[in-house]
Design a protein around this ligand. Structure first.
Ligand code: 9MR
Length: 335
């Protein structure tokens, strides 16, 4: 069956979870457009729905790109993930400033956030099945629980709960997600667990944890960490979404710039990684509701500029020509 050129990833996984991709408007046409229609049933705007992009000043929204994505999704029977309401990056400064240019009060920021969420939810909630409500709120440094952000400083300790409540008021049908990276790794997992436990206890309407899954071909302990994380989060009654997956050819510490195409060893390690990771996702299909890739093919990936600016990476399932890689074959060969 895997030799069949007609195979669709979303179709293969239809009884497991949604299969998504992060997109720019350029991905909606030509090769990437075709791959999206064939293999995916969920879209995430890579940047177009972030606060700073969609609401650049208080009285101006820029819906153009997100609307194009919505139209594409509607005409091709895909759903969308809404990404993202509250994050420390790509957020317009105006929301944190009052009319005198001083830091805005808690009441003012909440009022503005509520209006923002209301507009975005009303426009997109028919097509959006899940929102990344709060993104990356946990601190990476050992010993510190929360990332120090303007949101937290102004809205206070329980801001995560407040934000989830605001989104729930506007869309009570969507799955509401707390989304972060490295949150399968033991230390960050425990911090995240503590935060979620506390917020849920206080009544925050959190449905799921987003595991971003920015991984690499040499992540040791990944399978054990991942299983433990899924089980820990599930013990709080939460579902799991894999929200931004890619499997880089380079470990974070590997800053080489002289590799101009993936080696045979890299491709082999990548297919093993994809194979193992998807076996775990399938094992937990009752808990995992979607798996989204942070891109479509190796032609375009944010990893080309992170952590090394201008260094090509090849983290996706489709190669530079849009052809299926051996990693693709490995994740559909269970049927
Ligand atoms: O892929 C996104 C890239 O184009 C932006 O420049 C970057 C800005 O911070 O954000 C990237 O997407 C991020 C996502 O929204 C949240 N998790 C980490 C992703 C990769 O940085």
């Amino acid at each position: 069956m895997t030799e069949n050129g007609l195979i669709s990833l979303a179709e293969v996984y239809k009884d497991y979870f949604k299969i998504g991709a992060a997109v720019t408007v350029n991905d909606l046409v030509r090769l990437h457009g075709e791959l999206l229609k064939k293999h995916f049933n969920s879209l995430t705007a890579e940047n177009a729905m972030k606060f700073g992009e969609i609401h650049p000043s208080e009285d101006r929204f820029d819906f153009e790109k997100a609307d194009k994505m919505m139209e594409f999704a509607k005409s091709n029977h895909l759903k969308m993930r809404g990404h993202t309401f509250v994050w420390h990056n790509q957020t317009s400064d105006w929301i944190f400033l009052d009319t005198n240019g001083k830091e805005a009060s808690k009441e003012l920021v909440i009022d503005r956030l509520r209006k923002h969420v209301e507009v975005i939810c009303n426009r997109y909630k028919d097509i959006v099945y899940t929102w990344d409500v709060v993104n990356e709120a946990i601190e990476d440094k050992t010993g510190e629980q929360y990332r120090d952000t303007k949101w937290r400083r102004i809205l206070g300790e329980d801001y995560i709960k407040t934000v989830f409540e605001i989104v729930k008021e506007q869309d009570d049908k969507a799955e509401l997600v707390y989304n972060d990276y490295n949150n399968e790794q033991p230390e960050k997992l425990e911090k995240t667990y503590r935060m979620l436990e506390e917020m849920l206890h206080k009544g925050a309407p959190i449905d799921s944890v987003g595991i971003q899954a920015h991984w690499s071909i040499r992540d040791s302990n990944l399978m054990d960490d991942l299983k433990r994380a899924i089980e820990r989060y599930a013990s709080l009654g939460l579902k799991i979404q894999v929200t931004e997956m890619d499997v880089s050819m380079f470990e974070f510490e590997d800053k080489r710039k002289d590799i101009l195409e993936p080696t045979t060893e890299m491709l082999y390690l990548q297919e093993q990684a994809y194979h193992n990771i998807f076996s775990v996702f399938r094992e937990y299909k009752e808990l995992v509701t979607s798996v989204t890739f942070w891109g479509i093919s190796d032609r375009y990936t944010w990893k080309d500029n992170f952590p090394v600016r201008g260094r090509k990476d090849w983290p996706m399932l489709f190669d530079m020509k849009g052809e299926k890689k051996s990693s693709f074959e490995k994740i559909v060969d269970f049927i």
